[in-house]
Design a protein around this ligand. Structure first.
Ligand code: SF4
Length: 200
């Protein structure tokens, strides 16, 4: 099987790549993340991904465009639903490209993070798979959370501390907002809290 693996960042690639290599699945990485803001952060995460991929000889395809406008046009006035749009955008693009390039399936490193909305990612991936008639390769990569952290630290990879969008950056650092959100969203589906170095 040869799949297109959507990659959200270097640290989240470490463990999934090990799993895919271990099971003999051939993969090509695809960096497409219009959700990462601001521009300097986007460049940092992209560079860290390239460093890792080059050091391990992974094949990759990169969308270098900084997709701020594309992202904002999708989520403005829908801020509460932004993660759904964000997953839909990234997984939809991965599925489209996988079909175009003749891969036999697609997957994503988003399934690695314990901070992401795993069930929503799975749902959006299934939707993209159906829409584009291409299989989605599911793995619960979260089981390797600590292994991925240890390895990414050993490689000195840049480890971000918030999810990606400007909204998540504010939620990460604005203590007053964090308290408000905690109260408001107790019964709702919470957006991802964060990055790799956020206290659990
Ligand atoms: S919090 Fe993360 S998953 Fe949600 S919209 Fe922002 S970048 Fe995307």
């Amino acid at each position: 099987m040869s799949i297109l693996l959507h990659v959200c960042c270097g640290p989240c690639l470490v463990y999934p790549a090990r799993v895919l290599e271990g099971e003999g699945t051939d993969f090509t990485c695809y960096f497409f993340n219009p959700n990462i803001h601001p521009y300097r952060e986007f460049k940092k995460r992209l560079t860290s991904f390239i460093d890792l991929a080059d050091s391990r000889n992974y094949n990759y395809i990169i969308d270098r465009d900084y997709g701020l406008k594309m992202f904002l046009r999708q989520v403005v006035f829908n801020e509460e639903q932004r993660c759904r749009f964000c997953y839909e955008m990234r997984l939809g693009n991965a599925a489209t490209l996988a079909v175009e390039k003749g891969f036999s399936g697609f997957s994503t490193t988003l399934l690695y993070s314990t901070y992401q909305n795993h069930s929503l990612i799975r749902k959006q991936a299934a939707r993209a798979a159906e829409l584009h008639s291409i299989p989605f390769l599911y793995h619960d990569f979260r089981v390797g959370w600590q292994q991925g952290i240890d390895e990414s630290k050993a490689c000195n990879l840049y480890r971000q501390s918030y999810c990606g969008c400007l909204f998540s950056e504010q939620e990460r650092y604005d203590n007053r907002l964090k308290k408000q959100l905690k109260r408001k969203m107790k019964s709702d589906v919470q957006p991802p809290r964060s990055g790799h170095d956020q206290p659990k």
